[in-house]
Design a protein around this ligand. Structure first.
Ligand code: AKB
Length: 317
């Protein structure tokens, strides 16, 4: 990666990925694109930014030409729970941004990173130690768009030589920008509420196991995959990656180690619960280990200590 365009730079991943990449690469070669949500001051002041809509191919092409972009990281997505409220809109945003990105990078012979997700799996997928290559019949419009994006990525690579790569991210836990509209959002919100109120009302039930990952691992995984030797990659667009698997009781217990009075109640959201029930409990990520050396650094214990420390300083002063 040399000249990088990040679509969706104001979102949960984008707001941390842009500064991360600007530390590794030339800051003036990392372009942050956003549509309506404003970027942080750090991003606005740290390098080039463009206000644009990933649905508008001509504008995107002009930005790619302006900065001589060789890599697009497409983070534009309507997430799983929000997508169920308006499936046609979710499909349009998720697929148009992907197709525009692929078409443009076909023209300039560049590279594309697109996150896939545990949401690409469905209720007929093996739930434990979910294999890299397995049955995928998701039951959300988000998941269907992720499977389609994985396949489109493979297609543009085979047919047109676009250097497409991607990860099936689990729920990502972070402390800069809150996620929005996802099923795994509870695992972020719980830390904010713990710090502010010492209690949390969880919208997924006890015993709901899902894969998760702390943001520093998610960012490093992206760069490691994009810099990996292409001759070693057999999968390219859809590596299972995980760092931990837990249910709400386990994250609450990890918080109680630091905050013994932390209380958790449940008020299950039936839409989110049905989605979570259709996703794996834990994925096998051995293909990522073998093909480009994936290894997570954070587990539930170390992530919890870091999250509580950072949020306490920020929210309580
Ligand atoms: C969601 O919950 O929709 C996302 C995801 C796991 O892809 N965080």
């Amino acid at each position: 990666m040399k000249n990088i365009l990040i679509l969706g730079a104001a979102g949960q991943i984008g707001s941390e990925l842009v500064p991360y990449l600007r530390k590794i690469y030339n800051p003036s070669s990392v372009v942050a694109a956003y549509r309506s949500t404003p970027l942080t001051d750090e991003i606005m002041q740290g390098g080039p930014c463009e206000k644009m809509d990933a649905m508008e191919a001509e504008k995107m092409y002009a930005v790619v030409k302006k900065y001589n972009i060789d890599t697009i990281i497409n983070l534009v997505a309507v997430l799983s729970a929000k997508g169920e409220a308006n499936p046609p809109l979710a499909w349009k945003i998720n697929m148009d941004s992907m197709l525009n990105t692929l078409e443009i990078m076909k023209e300039v012979k560049g590279a594309v990173f697109t996150p896939s997700s545990i949401g690409a799996f469905g209720p007929t997928t093996p739930m434990d130690n979910t294999p890299q290559d397995t049955l995928m019949r998701p039951t959300t419009v988000y998941g269907i768009s992720k499977v389609a994006a994985e396949l489109l990525g493979d297609y543009y690579h085979i047919k047109f030589g676009v250097d497409t790569r991607g990860l099936r991210y689990p729920g990502i836990i972070s402390n800069v920008t809150l996620p929005g509209g996802g099923t795994t959002d509870y695992a972020v919100e719980i830390y904010y509420e713990a710090v502010k109120n010492h209690r949390y009302t969880c919208n997924l039930g006890a015993g709901t196991f899902l894969d998760m990952m702390y943001m520093p691992d998610a960012l490093r995984a992206l760069v490691e995959l994009m810099e990996a030797d292409p001759s070693k990659l057999k999968h390219r667009n859809c590596f299972n990656v995980s760092a931990m698997s837990f249910d709400p009781e386990m994250i609450a217990a990890a918080i109680r180690v630091h905050m013994p009075d932390f209380k958790m109640e449940y008020q299950v959201d039936p839409v989110k619960q049905a989605i979570a029930n259709s996703w794996p409990n834990s994925m096998d990520h051995s293909a990522a280990q073998e093909e480009w050396g994936w290894k997570p650094e954070y587990d539930l214990k170390s992530m919890t200590a870091d999250m509580l420390n950072i949020l306490s300083k920020r929210l309580l002063g």
